[in-house]
Design a binder for this molecule. Sequence first.
Ligand SMILES: Nc1nc2c(ncn2[C@@H]2O[C@H](COP(=O)(O)OP(=O)(O)O)[C@@H](O)[C@H]2O)c(=O)[nH]1
Ligand SMILES: [Mg+2]
Length: 400
Amino acid sequence: MGLFNKIKNMFKSYDEEEEEVVEEETIEEEPEEEEQEEVVDDEEKEEISPEPVEEKEEEPLEEKKSTEIVEEVKEKPKKKGLFKKKDKKEEEKKSVKIYEKGLTKSRQGFVSKLANLTNKYNKVTEEYFEELEEILIMADIGVNTVMDFMDRLRDRVKSENIEDPELLKEIIVDELFIIYVNDEVLSNKINYNENDISVILFIGVNGVGKTTTIAKIANKLKDEGKKVLLVGADTFRAGAVEQLREWSERVGVGFYGKEESDPSSVVYDGITKAKEEDYDVVLIDTAGRLQNKVNLMKELEKMNKVIDSLVEGGASETLLVLDATTGQNGISQAEAFKEITNITGIVLTKLDGTAKGGIVLAIKESVGIPVKYIGLGETKDDLQTFDIEKYIYGLFKDLM
Ligand SMILES: Nc1nc2c(ncn2[C@@H]2O[C@H](COP(=O)(O)OP(=O)(O)O)[C@@H](O)[C@H]2O)c(=O)[nH]1
Ligand SMILES: [Mg+2]
């Protein structure tokens, strides 16, 4: 099965499941009474063991049978494991909705152009190809990626003898993203230090969303039960340290920072504090003055030296923050930063503000560094771990 259909099957059902979820939520609210625990345990064993309780995903079961199972499950007291599964599914659903919402502009921009193209041409012609190519290039998908893609598409159209543009919708989505999806190197996983404090360094030019991203990530980590310290090493721009301090208060995490001092010494003091006070994760905000590359390189080198000297294995991640609305400019920033320091991941902010959601592919093409987080709006939930499948769904759901 192609990517298009796989993703469609994964997420499209969420729209139709709403009703059932309401019921499950009420069940969830039932108190976990202590006296009942024993009884529950016994019943569980009986109820849970006979069949897998994955309702609708496991389609192969006969229709009648699967309905029975679903009903049975609804009536029974719930097992902890089942709760977790539901919670996780709810989280997934919520996340898919955030992707959908955040990518609305792109969907209405470049993806609707794709849909129109299919309506405009009733046959796949050279003009069709040319128009398609233009749409993709306008969507911030890198030029080389588009060229490779067009070659592959043309080949497939020829070899499979495709004439109807309607049939190409699926193939377009599949072929556009297949490289990204097949490339295992591009893991979205954030690395944490197993043996010591995890230090995450945030770099990127002014205004891309570093400080707010740090606040959002701090909030997530705090929810996961981690003790988080924000370190304000953007000592260059007036007010930047103070802004981070305010965020630390709002989120309810620790803070260390000092204006008008050497960023490396702030990093030193910050990590020392984190060690003394038993923090788990340190998020460091830096100033990204790309105007002076040599200085910036030296500054980052110095910071890394400090981190290396204090933390086993050094920084766990160096995340470059890019603003999706800046298109090619953002790509140039990534290339420049890549020359001066080792970047382990990209945070792509403000995807909600662009109608050209193809930039993820351009990043892959030009920089080859995995996108780990994306910003889909201004609230804390709008920062999401990057998931290529949800991303594709958010962009193309109207075609699915
Ligand atoms: N719409 C939108 N705005 C964002 C996103 N991320 C950050 N911003 C906004 O971008 C602006 C600059 O952010 P800031 O964190 O101060 O950037 P910094 O200079 O890199 O630290 C702020 O107004 C943020 O609210 C996002 O994903 N979507
Ligand atoms: Mg800032």
